[in-house]
Design a protein around this ligand. Structure first.
Ligand SMILES: Cc1ncc(C[n+]2csc(CCOP(=O)(O)OP(=O)(O)O)c2C)c(N)n1
Ligand code: SF4
Length: 479
C-alpha cells in the first residue's frame, strides 16, 4: 500500500484545535499549506531541523508555529526581516525562515524587507503573493492586479488612485546585495516542482552562508478570489503570470553565472484590462435622507456571508454618495467562528468606525442576538434570521422583525447568501439604502457572475416577504 507521509519537521498533531488535530486551518485549495510542506521537506533534507527558526507573520499563516517542530517566533506585522536580522546576528548558525504574505511584506513591512535585502542579511525569505489581504477578508494588497476587484476596490484597482501593483522580486533584484531572487508559482505540477527546487536552493544558500535569498511564490487564495481551487490555479497561470513573470532574477551561487535583470516587463493598463472582465464603472444614485449617522451591525458565524453582506451594504451606501465606514470583527478561521461587521453610513464625515450601540442589528444566529440585543439603541431595529433564531428578545423599546434568511438562501441554492436576505430586509424596512442600489452594487461587484440571477431572485423574494408580512396595511406587525 502506498502512503503519503508528511515531513518530520511538521508536528504529527496540531495542538490548536481539540478534536481536529490533523488538519491545518487553511481553506481548501489555499497555497499556504503546500508551500509550508515544501519548506518543511527542504529543512528535513538539509538536516537542519535543530537549527531552524521559523518566523511566522501576521496573516493567514499566523499559526505556523502550531505546525513546525522547529524554533518559532511569531513576529509583529511585517517585521520578520528585522526579527530575523536580530536572531541571525546572535545565532549565526541558525537557519532562519522568514515567511511573509504580500500585505505583511510589501505593505506594512516594506521598510524592513528592503533594508534587510539591501544589507544582504543571511536570511531566506519566502514571499507568498496571493495579491490580497487573505486573513482580513480580501482587501487590496500592494500586489493586487490593476482592475482586480477586491473588498476595498469593489470596482477594480485603478492606477491613478491606488498605484500600480508592486513587483517585489524585481524590486529586490534591483539591489546589489541579494544572492538569490526568484519568482515561482504553485499553479501546476510543473510549477510546483520548480518551486520545490527554489525553496531548497533558498534554504541551502543560508546554510552555505551565501547571503540573502528571496523567493516570491504566486499562491492561490480561492476564498477571497471567490473561485474554486481549480479556477484559482488557472487564474495564476492565465492572468497573474503575465504580470508577474516566473524567472530567476539573481543567482550568485558559485556554480551559476550571476543573472541580473532590472527590466520590468510589466503589462500596461489596457493589456491587463483585456484579461479581466467586468463592469468597472461605479454608479451613483440619488441619496436617501439620513438625518444622522446610522450604525448597522450584522452578526453571526463565518460562512453566513456576514462580511460580504456588510460590503454590499457599504458599496450601496457609497453609490448613494454617502460616507461609509466598514469594520469587520472575526477570528482567524474563515468558516465557523464568530463574525460580525459594523457599517456606519452618514451624509457627513464619520469621526470613528467604532460604535457599540447600533441603530440596526441584523442577528444571523442565536448567540449573536444574545450578545448584541441589549446594545441596540432605544427606538432601533432588530432583524432576526428566524430560521436559526427563536429566542426571546425581551425588549419593548425596539422594533423587531423576523425573516427566514437561511431557509430562503438554501432554497435559492446559495446558502452563503443568507446575509443578502438580511441586508435586503434592512433596505425595505429603513431609509439607509435602497433595494435598487443594493441590486446595482451586487451587479457591479459580484465576482461569481453565474450566481447573479439567483442572488437577484433572492433579493426579490426577501423584498416581497418583508413587504407582504410587515408593510402592506400592517406596518406595526412584528414577530
Ligand atoms: C499592526 C497591524 N495592522 C493590521 C493588522 C490587520 N491584519 C491582519 S492580517 C493582515 C493582512 C494579511 O495579508 P497578507 O500578508 O497578504 O497575508 P494572507 O493573509 O493573505 O496570507 C492585516 C492587515 C494587524 N493584525 N496588525
Ligand atoms: S483566506 Fe485565502 S490565504 Fe487565507 S487560508 Fe483561506 S485561501 Fe488561504
Amino acid at each position: 500500500m502506498n502512503t503519503i507521509e508528511t515531513s518530520s519537521v511538521l508536528y504529527t498533531h496540531y495542538e490548536r484545535k481539540e478534536g481536529n488535530q490533523q488538519t491545518t486551518h487553511y481553506c481548501p485549495g489555499c497555497g499556504h499549506g503546500v508551500i509550508q510542506k515544501m519548506i518543511a521537506s527542504a529543512i528535513e533534507e538539509l538536516g537542519v531541523q535543530n537549527r531552524a527558526i521559523f518566523l511566522s507573520p501576521v496573516g493567514c499563516s499566523v499559526f505556523s508555529y502550531y505546525y513546525y517542530d522547529t524554533g518559532n517566533i511569531q513576529c509583529s506585522h511585517g517585521r520578520a526581516p528585522a526579527v530575523g536580522t536580530g536572531v541571525k546576528r546572535v545565532l549565526p548558525d541558525s537557519v532562519v525562515v522568514c515567511y511573509q504574505g504580500d500585505g505583511d511584506l510589501a505593505g506594512i513591512g516594506m521598510t524592513e524587507i528592503i533594508h534587510a535585502a539591501n544589507r544582504g542579511e543571511q536570511l531566506t525569505v519566502f514571499f507568498i503573493n496571493n495579491a490580497t489581504y487573505g486573513m482580513t477578508g480580501g482587501q487590496m494588497a500592494p500586489t493586487t492586479l490593476l482592475h482586480e476587484k477586491t473588498l476595498t476596490t469593489p470596482f477594480g484597482r485603478e492606477s491613478e488612485r491606488d498605484g500600480k501593483p508592486l513587483a517585489m522580486a524585481e524590486v529586490i533584484a534591483s539591489l546589489d546585495a541579494p544572492a538569490y531572487v526568484r519568482r515561482c508559482a504553485v499553479s501546476s505540477t510543473k510549477e510546483l516542482l520548480r518551486t520545490r527546487e527554489a525553496v531548497r536552493i533558498g534554504l541551502k544558500n543560508q546554510v552555505d552562508k551565501l547571503g540573502f535569498s528571496f523567493i516570491e511564490i504566486l499562491s492561490p487564495c480561492p476564498t477571497n478570489w471567490k473561485m474554486s481551487a481549480v479556477e484559482s490555479r488557472n487564474h495564476i497561470e492565465q492572468v497573474m503570470k503575465q504580470f508577474y513573470p516566473l524567472k530567476t532574477f539573481v543567482d550568485k551561487r558559485p556554480e551559476n553565472v550571476c543573472i541580473k535583470n532590472n527590466s520590468f516587463p510589466l503589462m500596461n493598463d489596457d493589456e491587463l484590462l483585456s484579461l479581466l472582465t467586468g463592469d468597472l464603472t461605479a454608479r451613483s444614485f440619488e441619496s436617501p435622507v439620513i438625518d444622522s449617522p446610522k450604525t448597522i451591525t450584522i452578526a453571526g458565524f463565518g460562512g453566513q456571508g456576514i462580511l460580504s453582506g456588510g460590503t454590499l451594504l457599504a458599496n450601496s451606501a457609497m453609490a448613494h454618495g454617502l460616507d461609509v465606514s466598514w469594520l469587520p470583527s472575526y477570528g482567524p478561521e474563515m468558516r465557523g467562528g464568530k463574525a460580525s461587521v459594523t457599517v456606519i453610513v452618514s451624509d457627513s464625515s464619520i469621526p470613528s468606525p467604532l460604535d457599540e450601540k447600533p441603530d440596526f442589528l441584523l442577528a444571523m444566529n442565536g448567540p449573536s442576538l444574545q450578545y448584541y440585543k441589549d446594545k441596540v439603541k432605544t427606538g432601533g431595529t432588530i432583524i432576526v434570521n428566524s430560521t436559526l433564531v427563536d429566542d426571546e428578545i425581551g425588549r419593548d423599546d425596539v422594533n423587531v422583525y423576523g425573516i427566514p434568511a437561511t431557509a430562503m438562501a438554501q432554497e435559492a441554492l446559495i446558502p452563503s447568501a443568507a446575509s443578502v436576505v438580511m441586508v435586503t430586509s434592512l433596505a425595505v424596512l429603513s431609509e439607509v439604502v435602497s433595494v435598487f442600489s443594493l441590486k446595482e452594487s451586487l451587479n457591479a461587484s459580484l465576482k461569481r457572475r453565474e450566481l447573479l440571477d439567483a442572488n437577484m431572485d433572492l433579493m426579490k423574494t426577501a423584498e416581497n416577504y418583508i413587504t407582504s408580512n410587515f408593510l402592506v396595511n400592517n406596518y406595526n406587525k412584528k414577530v
